[in-house]
Design a protein around this ligand. Sequence first.
Ligand SMILES: Cc1cc2nc3c(=O)[nH]c(=O)nc-3n(C[C@H](O)[C@H](O)[C@H](O)COP(=O)(O)OP(=O)(O)OC[C@H]3O[C@@H](n4cnc5c(N)ncnc54)[C@H](O)[C@@H]3O)c2cc1C
Length: 349
Amino acid sequence: MGAAPTNGGKGGEPMGTPSDGIDVDVLIVGAGPTGLFAAYYAGFRGLSAAVVDSLPETGGQVTAMYPEKMIYDVAGFPAVRGRDLVDGLVKQASQWNPHYLLGRKAETLTESGDRFVMTLAGGEAEETVRARAVLITAGIGEFTPRPLPAGDGWLGNGMVHFVPVLDEHAGKDVVVVGGGDSAFDWVLALHPIARSVTLVHRRAKFRAAESIVNEAREAGVRIITDAEVTELRGDEHGLADVTVEIKDPETKEVRQEVLPAQTVVAALGFTADLGPIENWGLEIHQRSISVDSTMATARKGIYAAGDVAAYPGKVKLIATGFGEAATAVNNIAVEIDPGAHLFPGHSSG
Ligand SMILES: Cc1cc2nc3c(=O)[nH]c(=O)nc-3n(C[C@H](O)[C@H](O)[C@H](O)COP(=O)(O)OP(=O)(O)OC[C@H]3O[C@@H](n4cnc5c(N)ncnc54)[C@H](O)[C@@H]3O)c2cc1C
């Protein structure tokens, strides 16, 4: 196999601890499907890797937007549920122990000697990671969930934007706010295990596909339209109920209803932004980073793959990201150790 890792070990053991700064061969920015597969691939090439993501969970868009959806175009899986694909990617990468830095946003990128130095924000203290190469797999950028104004102060205390672990809401009264596909995905996933699930949407029309709206209706989910959650209230046990203001579409009269709720899922969509990455001296057009056929960006030692990487003819798919991750890491292996082979050999054995 390729280049010897900086720590002299096999695959993922980075040098250093969070307090003295982590030092790895490859720093991967983004723990979506592309970044996770790159973490596996780095280990396979004998390179240590750290994976940074501003979200608290791995899986990128899949975890944030459609963990319960079936995906039909990942090679080798006729159908795979989003969360199962992410679990599989994490498991595949785990054999090389990549160092995960979740809930941390990659902020600045400078160079010192033969190392890139990245500062991360969002952890308990500012952290730095040193790396010989950087692979940006930042997808559509950092997602910021659109806020639910009435939920100010309730995030993490009964209100969530994602539902990574369904069982945490078993037996609870859940109010899902939103009218898009994700809102209905959460509704359908939680309906069988929650005590009650109510969907509250501001308009009469939904952005979600008609089929999924019908599925929710047929499952008996209560759907309240022309309605807004205006207050969340709690007691010593946490969130207890919400007030919903419902407008009569004909008379425009507004009435209030109080719904029991120990969980509010604010599924109002996201804004996405490349943010700090735009200041890293790369060639960026329409929120995508230009790369060549090796996945190298305009800046030596920095590569990009997955949704964030652009070249003529690019198709943004999970399958594409996997191939690009392998191409990027193999080229990084050669850049780190010019004596290494570009072709990694086959993994089968
Ligand atoms: C509803 C929906 C359905 C889809 N269905 C399919 C499908 O059926 N088949 C298919 O192939 N594709 C599908 N896609 C597209 C697919 O999800 C993407 O192509 C894929 O997620 C791209 O993976 P990625 O790892 O490149 O980026 P992403 O999944 O976007 O992950 C990027 C990660 O980078 C992180 N990040 C960004 N900036 C920073 C920063 N500065 N610091 C730290 N972290 C950062 C983000 O938080 C994110 O977690 C779908 C997308 C959506 C929204």
